[in-house]
Design a protein around this ligand. Structure first.
Ligand code: UDP
Ligand code: MG
Length: 311
């Protein structure tokens, strides 16, 4: 395989991060210099509305290793990472958040593992005490439900922060889908993987860009991207309800034979009707979710649009 021009590509998505930019580079660059391998820092400005881009350009004047990909609007973190994967030149790639929650200190350990021959090095969070209890519980349940429903098992408590060899990056470039649940795509790619553990610190500045609505949509995205089990749920529900109605039918038949006709209950009819209505609406919704995804994919729109590349 043709050797690339730099050893390490660091890919950083930025969305309204003016408070973090300067400190991020001040922390990251000495760590990278210490590793003594060539590197580039690919900054993806994901449609920031504050002066993040100006600050990136300002930092680029100080540090020549910075390259900037300016997207035309906010496309979301997964799309920004995809841009990083497409544009990076390194023999390995490390996506990292700019809020220093993905501790840059780990990079040296990742490189060590990479040199030992691992093609993917995952950074696993062993302590989420900095997250709210709600986020911790929902995250735990997301992994449980996802891994139960899908054949593809996501490693728990592993985010986008990881090292990937050029072979992995090239494989990821060949994924054609528009809706990109990167955690899933990374796991799908496979390769020889090592895990290192770390304590995830708090965001040092600014606020998380994830609202609970966004997180819910992200979780639905993850599950529908890698499992068709929800589509089958209505079959199982249908079978169960058919079986129960059949039993109830037989029971009524014999009761009428033995005790004569009685007046059927209004309440039980209403309950049965509303219950079935609910089940049908849920099933339709699940089918709708998948049809929506087929619709999105069939349009073949670009995953992101680049306004400018500043190299
Ligand atoms: N981010 C982005 N586009 C978005 C949302 C977030 O590029 O639409 C970036 C953000 O600037 C940060 C990283 O993704 O570098 C992680 O975001 P955040 O810290 O809000 O996520 P959390 O750590 O809470 O999961
Ligand atoms: Mg963060």
């Amino acid at each position: 395989m043709q050797k690339k021009v730099v050893d390490i590509s660091i890919v950083v998505p930025f969305y309204n991060e003016s408070e973090s930019v300067d400190t991020f580079f001040k922390t990251l660059i000495p760590i990278l210099k210490h590793i003594k391998l060539s590197f580039e820092i690919l900054c993806i400005n994901d449609g920031s509305k504050d002066n993040t881009l100006d600050l990136l350009v300002h930092n680029k004047k100080k540090y020549s290793q910075i390259k900037i990909i300016d997207l035309s609007r906010n496309f979301g973190k997964d799309a920004a990472l995809t841009a990083g994967i497409d544009f990076c030149d390194g023999n390995c790639l490390i996506p990292i958040d700019c809020d220093l929650q993905d501790s840059p200190d780990l990079i040296a350990d990742m490189i060590k593992k990479w040199k030992e021959g691992f093609e993917v090095v995952l950074a696993k969070r062993i302590d989420r005490s900095q997250d709210t209890i709600f986020k911790r519980i929902t995250a735990e349940w997301f992994y449980k439900v996802h891994n139960w429903l899908s054949d593809l098992k996501l490693p728990e408590n592993v985010g986008d922060f990881r090292l990937m060899d050029r072979k992995v990056v090239n494989a990821l470039k060949n994924f054609p889908e528009r809706k990109r649940f990167m955690k899933g795509l990374f796991a799908f790619a496979g390769f020889k993987t090592a895990v290192i553990e770390y304590k995830r610190p708090k965001r040092f500045k600014g606020v998380s860009k994830w609202s609970y609505v966004k997180l819910w949509n992200y979780a639905v995205d993850g599950i529908t991207s890698f499992s068709v089990f929800p589509l089958k749920l209505s079959i199982y529900f249908g079978l169960l309800i058919t079986f129960l109605s059949f039993c109830k039918g037989i029971w009524i038949f014999f009761r009428v034979l033995l005790c004569g006709i009685d007046v059927p209950g209004y309440a039980s009819q209403m309950i049965a009707m509303l219950f079935l209505g609910g089940v049908q609406l849920i099933s339709l919704g699940i089918i709708g979710e998948y049809v929506g995804r087929i619709y999105d994919e069939s349009k073949q729109r670009p995953i992101y649009i680049v306004r400018d590349v500043i190299k």
